[in-house]
Every structure is written in structure tokens, then in C-alpha cells.
Design a protein around this ligand. Structure first.
Ligand code: NDP
Ligand code: VSD
Length: 269
């Protein structure tokens, strides 16, 4: 039996996701990289493999669009789990950004960003959650953005898709805490990646000046911090309304225990 973790990283072929994969591989994990473009996936796989700490480690690649068809996402993640074992940590990092003035953003982009950034995190999470609950263990990370905490000039399409992740994460955390599954949300500032370079091609001056106040991080640095937070801390509940959330948690726990007792009673009959 393995002692190391199995980690699935969406958006693992580039930028922050690739650095998260490398960071975990350096700690002995087995990794599945998920993204669409197969060449970029293979290239990233090679880079990750260079960081192995033992000869049993494996990097698996899956080419799929995380945002288009749930049944497809479910089936490829099932295949990955059959090969590498159940996912201990899911990192939802696949995403795309764009900036522009509200009235200049093509109307289709609002939908596209919600699909990729929001539904593209719902689907993989939905595909791993049942097994995590059965195993009574797991970690789920959502990669939001500083623009997922405050709305900023130029991000009328992007920010809402990142705010949505927070609502998802907090609600889900309340459901799955009794199952020993912890949710974290990362809110990085601008980070030097191919995605940022692409976004910068059309960034309004205001957006650029505002973003500069927060500086640009290196993806390796962001990866180190978010992986540490996901493994070491107990997730969101540190920061928000501890008292109320604690009492809601006890409701959830009580209901779970009652449900299990009545299930056991049914079996005895
Ligand atoms: N860089 C930054 O300044 C910041 C980024 N973020 C967030 O971090 C995440 C990663 O950003 P970054 O590293 O810059 O991005 P990159 O553009 O460099 O990488 C994006 C990754 O996501 C994959 N991806 C994109 N769309 C899909 C899809 N529909 N299905 C599956 N995979 C997909 C890409 O592969 P492929 O295209 O082949 O599918 C690639 O692996 C994003 O969610 C972004 O919003 C947050 C704060 C700051
Ligand atoms: C604790 C409260 C934090 C609030 C800090 C406010 C700082 C304002 C600057 C924000 C910079 C915008 C980052 C967007 C990054 C992004 O997601 C895109 N680059 C993706 O490519």
C-alpha cells in the first residue's frame, strides 16, 4: 500500500497549476494533470517528472475540457482513479482570464468565463466527492483570485466567476466537514504565467495600474503557499464567523449521526 498522496490538478499543464503539481511531486505525490491541449500536457509531464524523489512516482495526463460535459469529466476522473488510486487532493486550477470595459466585453465571454472558471471547478469536485466522503478523507482546493475578493475595473466578466468559487467552497465545506474533508480557496495576485501574458495583451490602463499596486508573483512562490495552506491548515473556517459556523457544523453533524443510526436500524429489521 502507498503512503504518499494522490493529487489531481486541473490546469496542471501551465502556470500556477503546473507549479502546484511540481511542488506536490517534490513531496512524493502521485499526480494527474488535467487540461485540454495534449502537447502542453506532455511537456508539463516531462517537467514534473524531473522533480521525482523516488522511482515509483507516476505522472498521468488527461486531456479533457473540464467545463463542457459533466459525464465526460466524471468518466476520465474515474479512469484516473482506477490507475493511480483514489484522489486525496483535488486542485481546481483550470481557468482563464480576460479584462476589458463592461460594454466592450463580448457578451459570450460572460458565459464562457462562468463555464470555465466556475462550472470547470464544480464538475471535477462533483466527480471526486462521493469517494472522498466514503473514505472520510480528502482536500479540495479552489484557485480564485484577488479579483475574487473585490471587484475591480476591467473584471466585470472575470470577477464574478471567481466570487462564485467562494460561495461554492463555503457551502461545500459546511457539508463535508464531518467527513474529514477540507476545502481551501486561494486568492493570488497577478502571477507571471502564460495566462497573464495573454491577458495583458488587452488589459485596460486602469486595470494595469490598479493591479500593479499588488505586484506580480512568481508561480513557484504562489504554489508553495497554496500547497502549504491546503495541507497544514484546516481551511476556510479559520477566518470567518467561527461562532455561527461552529453551531451550524453541529447541526450538520447531528443530522449525519441520526441518518446513520436510522440506516443501521433499518438493516437490523
Ligand atoms: N496568473 C495570474 O495572474 C492569476 C491567475 N489566477 C487563476 O489561476 C488559474 C491558473 O492561471 P494561470 O496559471 O495564469 O493560467 P494559464 O493560462 O497559464 O494556464 C491555464 C491552465 O488551465 C487549463 N485550462 C484552461 N481552460 C481549460 C478547460 N476548459 N478545461 C481544462 N483545462 C483548461 C490550460 O490548459 P489548456 O488550455 O490546454 O486546456 C492550462 O493548463 C486560473 O484559474 C486563473 O484564473 C488567479 C490569480 C492570478
Ligand atoms: C485581502 C484583500 C485582497 C485585496 C487586494 C486588492 C489589491 C488590488 C489589486 C488586485 C490585483 C488583481 C489581481 C487579478 C489577478 C488575476 O486573477 C488575473 N491576473 C488572472 O490572469
Amino acid at each position: 500500500s502507498k503512503t504518499v498522496s494522490t493529487i489531481l490538478v486541473t490546469g496542471g499543464s501551465s502556470g500556477i497549476g503546473k507549479c502546484i503539481a511540481i511542488e506536490c511531486y517534490r513531496q512524493g505525490a502521485f499526480i494527474t494533470l488535467v487540461a485540454r491541449n495534449e502537447e502542453k500536457l506532455l511537456q508539463a509531464k516531462k517537467e514534473v517528472e524531473k522533480c521525482a524523489i523516488n522511482d515509483k512516482q507516476v505522472v498521468l495526463c488527461i486531456s479533457v475540457d473540464v467545463s463542457s460535459d459533466y459525464s465526460q469529466v466524471e468518466s476520465v476522473i474515474k479512469q484516473a482513479q482506477e490507475k493511480l488510486g483514489p484522489v486525496d487532493m483535488l486542485v481546481n486550477c483550470a481557468g482563464t482570464s480576460m479584462s476589458g470595459k463592461f460594454e466592450e466585453v463580448e457578451v459570450d465571454r460572460f458565459k464562457k468565463l462562468m463555464e470555465v472558471n466556475y462550472l470547470g471547478s464544480v464538475y471535477p469536485t462533483r466527480a471526486v466527492i462521493t469517494t472522498m466522503k466514503e473514505r472520510r478523507m480528502g482536500r479540495i482546493m479552489f484557485v480564485s483570485s484577488q479579483a475574487g475578493q473585490i471587484g475591480l475595473f476591467g473584471y466585470t466578466a472575470y470577477s464574478p466567476s471567481k466570487f462564485a468559487l467562494r460561495g461554492l467552497a463555503e457551502s461545500l465545506q459546511m457539508e463535508i466537514k464531518p467527513y474529514n474533508i477540507y476545502v481551501t480557496v486561494a486568492y493570488p495576485p497577478d502571477t507571471d504565467t502564460p495566462g497573464l501574458a495573454e491577458e495583458n495583451k488587452t488589459k485596460p490602463l486602469e486595470t494595469r495600474l490598479i493591479s500593479e499596486t499588488s505586484g506580480v508573483c512568481q508561480p513557484e512562490q504562489v504554489a508553495k503557499i497554496v500547497v502549504r495552506d491546503a495541507i497544514v491548515t484546516m481551511g476556510l473556517f479559520r477566518t470567518i464567523a467561527l461562532f455561527y459556523l461552529g453551531s451550524f457544523d453541529s447541526i450538520v453533524r447531528r443530522c449525519m449521526i441520526q441518518r446513520e443510526q436510522s440506516k443501521a436500524a433499518d438493516k437490523r429489521e
